[in-house]
Ligand binder design. Sequence first.
Ligand SMILES: *[C@@H]1O[C@H](CO)[C@@H](O)[C@H](O)[C@H]1NC(C)=O
Ligand SMILES: *[C@@H]1O[C@H](CO)[C@@H](O)[C@H](O)[C@H]1NC(C)=O
Ligand SMILES: *[C@@H]1O[C@H](CO)[C@@H](O)[C@H](O)[C@H]1NC(C)=O
Ligand SMILES: [Zn+2]
Length: 233
Amino acid sequence: MVAFVKFLPILVQIYAVYGDYYTPSEEVGEELKRYDPSTDSRYPFELGLGRYYQGDIMLVPPEGRNKDGRVSVPDSLTSYIWPNGTVPYEIAGNFTPSELRTIQNAMRMFRRYTCVRFIPKTANDPLFVSIVNNNTGCYSYIGRQQNNMYNLINLQTPQCLMAVGTPVHEMMHALGFYHEFVRPDRDDWITINRSALLPELQTDEIYDNNFRKLRFEPMTFGLRIEYGSFQVN
Ligand SMILES: *[C@@H]1O[C@H](CO)[C@@H](O)[C@H](O)[C@H]1NC(C)=O
Ligand SMILES: *[C@@H]1O[C@H](CO)[C@@H](O)[C@H](O)[C@H]1NC(C)=O
Ligand SMILES: *[C@@H]1O[C@H](CO)[C@@H](O)[C@H](O)[C@H]1NC(C)=O
Ligand SMILES: [Zn+2]
């Protein structure tokens, strides 16, 4: 998805401290309330760096993981994949009509350019994505989670719905995509400039946790990430 390439030159003006990557952060929300797209070069989903994995990805908390530390229940590599490219969803936040249109426009982009379909959930869908708007930034979990409380996209309003790109971006995470900047071949294409991070984020820990490349059996701080949820197009 071309939209992702635009995420690459971020890594500046980050304004957060190291977090655990699985706790919704009101600090991120407060900072996002002050976000001014006319003067801020960042995208709204970049403000969580240091608190959310890679900036806007929420991980399942340790108690929700399997004994062996896996993020989900990967009976097969396809457990993170939404069957038939169909993602049931419900709108559970308090969105204005205009914000709802932006969400619908994002879903329409998937319909137009991909085989993915977001469809309103029915009683027959135990697993579905809830779209909410708590004041904790823009984020999503990765892929289809077996515990439905982790099938969730948070789009703080109005900031995460000022443009269609942000909901599209978060929906990509819900589909199972990580960021292009952790692709195994990323070094062939880009350089990560650690000096461009805020000083407090220029630690090996932040770098390893957020910018390390995914491999065929990638490890992130002890969590095994299933390669099937990471796709290179
Ligand atoms: C698969 O998704 C398509 C829409 O993309 C739908 O028309 C079809 O009924 C779905 N098939 C199943 C078995 O759910
Ligand atoms: C959203 O906020 C409500 C009300 O404060 C809270 O009950 C709920 O757990 C929050 N959801 C998430 C995903 O943070
Ligand atoms: C890396 O970022 C620093 C700080 O913004 C900048 O001074 C430097 O020129 C950058 N290096 C490269 C190779 O772009
Ligand atoms: Zn993202």
